[in-house]
Design a protein around this ligand. Sequence first.
Ligand code: MIG
Length: 759
Amino acid sequence: MAFDILQTDWTKARAKMAAWRAPIKARDIFTGTIVAESTTLNDLPVSKFVVRPRLEDGHLAPISKSFATDFEPCESEKSFYEHEWDLDEKVDQKSLCLPFNLTWLQAKPGRFDFHFELPAHVRCLGLGERFANLNIRGNTHTLFSTDNPNHNEHADMLYKSIPFLILNDGPLYSGIWLDSPAPQRWDLDTELSGTAKIELFSRLGFNLYVFAPTTLADLVCAFTALTGRSALPPLWSLGHQQCRWSYPDQATIRDLAHEFRSRKIPCDTLVLDIDYMDEYRVFTHSRERFPDFKKLAGELARDHFKLVTIVDPGVKKDEKFEVYRQGLSGDHFCKTARGEVFIETVWPGLSAFPDFLSEKTRQWWGDKLKFYVDNGIAGIWNDMNEPAMFNNQKPLPVPLVELPEAQSQLFMQQGENGAVGHFEVRNLYGFLMGQATHQALTRYRPKERPFVLTRSASTGIQRYAAVWLGDNSSWYEHLQKSLPMLLNMGLSGVPFAGVDIGGFGGDTTPELLVRWYEIGIFYPFFRNHCALMGRAQEPFSFSPKVEAMVRHLIETRYRLLPYIQDLFWMHRRTGAPLMRPLAWEFEDQVSRDCDDQFMFGDSIMVAPVVQPNQRSRRVYFPEGRWCTLESLLADHGAGVQIYEGGQTILVNCPLGSVPAFVREGSILPVADIMQSTAEYPSTDITFYAFGDRASSIHKDDDGISLDYQKQKYGEWMIYIHDGDFDARPIFNGLTRPKRRYFFMPSGSSKKLPCDLPQH
Ligand code: MIG
């Protein structure tokens, strides 16, 4: 940020210096109520504290509904989420004995302070979207959803706010979840004094959850039993997605589709950024540049492409614009404390912002989305929903001593308990827009799995949307950061995540793009995206050599789709993310500290190159034996390349090779190369085994409908015993899939036909 020394605002600067220097000594002014409850989630003890301060008018703060925990699981999956809260006797917090000696007090009507101990060896993980490595200790983390395109060491507030912190002490992991959408500042021992502090800037109170120590897997299982899990995504959304800001017109989109198919680069989805609209008006398309909007989607569908469009919240302030008029007459927009519609500048110019906190507005927005469904748009991409505003990117007062009174919080929103200041609920804005979008798509296409992508999000977003981590740049540093950042997203309950492949800002280089695809094929959300001024970075934008490398990588992604779907199935039942830190699977010290490698499910370890001009790297192999994924999947009979675990080995990493290793005892279900997932229902599936003894679970379904929730799927236990293949049905709700199955014994180059029995 540039600043002009002659313009220094000394009053502000002094206040900030003073605020940093003097830790605010706080006296507890709390006179409200605390209700303590406890439960067990899959045998894990969890405590919950519902804290309601007394307001200045003498009333208790109303209990506001937690959108994070408010959901109804489908009938067949109720047992994954079942728990009951027991009311505890002790409700005086002074007598509570909490892990890490956690205590809190109310320092001001608009601020609560929490303190807990953080012994020197304790690692801190999770906390949603942080621009940081895996262990986020030693820094201050502000949770206040913000459109911050500068992802660098100064980046604090980002797009998402998920206040779930994992504390790792040796083999044990415990959790603290401060369930409140109000701004929070987590200081994870910046003073090196072994203490952590949270400031919660709220006038309304909170729910605090404390999870007892356990394994990482059990902790995330319990957390997602409370906050929900991702539904199975439509299969097409797991394929390759191509985007850029913006493909200018429909002819360009047609060309793009043609390039992918004629060059045989697999792709499922093309994405339209903001310029498909008429003057950036939501629920419109440009008559000049996209005159045949609906026809375009139809043509692309014949070529097995899906079309996804961006949808921003800002509604253009224009009395002649029907959506704006409806928003006014239906009272759907956020309003200032004086009752005027709040107006700020975003892409359409002066705009109004739907108040997604209000149920009737979510319904209205959902109704409007029918425009996209009627035009054959397959999925919706929500952007700018922090909400971002061109002249108001950092709306919180600095320094923040307590939350301003409701009337001074930029604008008001209408909750179930009446009007509430925006800051108090800002972190819910993107979540609720995503929820409205998800519910609308489900309403219009009840037989299909909805696809929603969102930039802003808060706890529980996985139930409604995939996420990407916003505006990264075409830098190796951001390629590297994508690993720990996505790992922490997964540990925070959000598995369906990715970052822009190739990098969003700036110009990518061919080498960077290839390295990015090497990792990107393991991002659950797999999309190439680039900003307005960046050079073209579609897979065919460079030399034939680069194109061949990227094609091979994308083909590998498609071959792994059966495995990827099995991982989503596993997530659905246990909360396990797809991308997992090594410590999820291994208990040794090196695994615990490692964040430049990760496990993709329990069978594949990814150890990528994230530096330019590097053609080898040291890879840590945890206990067991490992082989390269590429040598396992190559059918040329050269044999698999094996590494003994328990050591670090220098490994060659030629550009364009898949940087992944398979753990002994694994069976990978692998599809044939395909151009889009439309070919998936008839692909052969081959079970590649590494080791003479192995077992895994494989599932099959139609990849598109919600019937799996009505028991329409097939699930098998697959075994390798002394090198022989065996499969037993676990669940049989599917008519026999029309595909052939093969088994590739460990170290062999000859596939053997096999069968998945139907009972
Ligand atoms: O102010 O829609 O993060 O993915 O391409 C920029 C244009 C707005 C930011 C998103 C980016 C998108 C871009 N948007």
